[in-house]
Design a protein around this ligand. Structure first.
Ligand SMILES: Cc1cc2nc3c(=O)[nH]c(=O)nc-3n(C[C@H](O)[C@H](O)[C@H](O)COP(=O)(O)OP(=O)(O)OC[C@H]3O[C@@H](n4cnc5c(N)ncnc54)[C@H](O)[C@@H]3O)c2cc1C
Length: 398
């Protein structure tokens, strides 16, 4: 029998989503993860309806819903006046089993996926095994990884590079990662404070303008993740000091006591896309293939959509239900959607929130309020921002 094993670089949410989808169809999978255990990093918190629909097929959607905060609406808000446009996700009730945004840390997804795949006989996950390079030949592909200081090479039928932004698989294929880095360094803090008791009508996801800047408030379990607009006249190191963070939070809701800050971090966002999603027997997915501004919460969701799309095609090809040429459809379906519906939409979201001109903000808010007040317009807007339109657009590509 020929070796039809799929080798996956990276046990992040995207690599593990691909692993569970393939293994659920009885396909053998080996996952190679650089770290000694699952990466715990406060990044994605927003899950969109179709992602939860997809994860339901593997018994993971429920775990997320139980641990996450269900947000039937989200808003764009002017602070401190509280004027807002409130987007009602429940208009999608006939389009999804999850007509809401779910606020849940991405590590909950990774852990839920790992808990399942390690019990599946088809899957092996190797931790502490950084992938260094990949290569291929007519009937298969190989992956070289490091274990205990020594290189080992394994062979399989196909390789998926889901090894994140700095993907060794992408570099080994010498593919361009075209795009740019945004100029600002963003600050994120996790705070245990009931903002909802102080800011009237808050949703679980709030993108807020304030004088001279903006901030976001994202509910995660019993905490809030606050994305703070960086100040141009201070270095990031200065802005990450407890005093600066305290001042930024006091600006949102003045308090007699200091804020209980549980975590803080800085990050730079990129907008980039790899030049090819498929090179013969090797594929890229998730952050290894594309990076986007996190405003609107689409990067990880899009990565899971990549993983499931690719896994479905690999399953059909490995079972010989379809010819190998089907695999080219992965790139044809996913690449335009990532460019137009994920990177472009996230970029527009970021630009809107970074607008400082009060007149332009007012016009933008008025326009958004009109959308929210008109059910047809709202429905269309929610199909786009909840990533359903993009998936439909992809499905229509042959
Ligand atoms: C602040 C912030 C907020 C965000 N919010 C959202 C959001 O709300 N919604 C959303 O959809 N997206 C969001 N994102 C984006 C999201 O975090 C990423 O898109 C997501 O983590 C991508 O998953 P991945 O599995 O492709 O990559 P990663 O999560 O980076 O996982 C890659 C894995 O590969 C491993 N690895 C790396 N190199 C190697 C190697 N050489 N060999 C083997 N393993 C390797 C890593 O250790 C890691 O485990 C946010 C990002 C940031 C920074």
């Amino acid at each position: 029998m020929t070796n039809q094993e799929v080798l996956i670089a990276g046990a992040g949410p995207v690599g593990l989503s691909a692993a569970i989808a393939l293994a659920s169809a009885g396909i053998r999978v080996r996952v190679f993860e650089a770290e000694k255990e699952l990466l715990v990093d406060p990044r994605a918190t927003t899950f969109h309806p179709p992602t939860l629909d997809m994860l339901d097929a593997y018994g993971v959607g429920d775990v997320m819903v139980q641990k996450g905060v269900i947000c039937p609406h989200w808003q764009i808000r002017w602070h401190p006046s509280g004027e807002r446009a409130v987007f009602d996700v429940t208009v999608l009730a006939n389009d999804t089993g999850h007509p809401y945004r779910l606020q849940c840390d991405q590590t909950v997804l990774s852990q839920a996926l790992l808990d399942r795949v390690i019990r599946m006989p088809e899957v092996t996950v190797e931790f502490g095994a950084p992938v260094k390079s990949v290569s291929q030949y007519a009937s298969g592909a190989s992956l070289t990884f490091e274990r205990d200081g020594r290189d080992e090479t394994v062979k399989g039928a196909w390789v998926i590079g889901a090894d994140g932004a700095h993907s060794a698989v992408r570099k080994s294929l010498d593919l361009a990662f075209e795009g740019s880095i945004y100029p600002e360094t963003n600050l994120i803090v996790t705070v245990k404070f009931p903002f909802e008791d102080h800011l009237e009508g808050l949703s679980g996801v709030n993108y807020c303008w304030r004088d001279g800047g903006n901030f976001s408030l994202l509910k995660v379990e019993d905490t809030w993740r606050v994305a703070i607009y960086p100040l141009a006249d201070k270095t990031i190191e200065e802005q990450l000091t407890p005093e600066s963070i305290e001042a930024a939070l006091q600006h949102i809701v003045p308090q007699p006591r200091p804020y209980p800050v549980l975590a803080r971090r800085a990050y730079r966002a990129h907008q980039r896309m790899v030049s090819k999603y498929r090179v013969g027997r090797i594929f890229l997915a998730g952050d290894a293939a594309h990076l986007t501004s996190p405003t609107g919460g689409m990067g990880l969701n899009g990565g899971v959509h990549d993983a499931i799309n690719l896994a479905e095609k690999l399953i059909a090809v490995i079972r010989k239900d379809e010819p190998e040429s089907l695999l080219d459809r992965y790139e044809r379906q996913r690449r335009p959607v990532v460019a137009e519906a994920i990177i472009a939409q996230s970029d527009a979201n970021r630009r809107r929130m970074r607008e400082l001109d009060p007149e332009k903000r007012r016009a933008s808010l008025k326009n958004l309020q009109e959308i929210c007040a008109d059910r047809d317009k709202l429905y269309k807007h929610m199909l786009n921002t909840s990533m359903i339109s993009g998936l439909r657009q992809a499905a229509a590509v042959l």
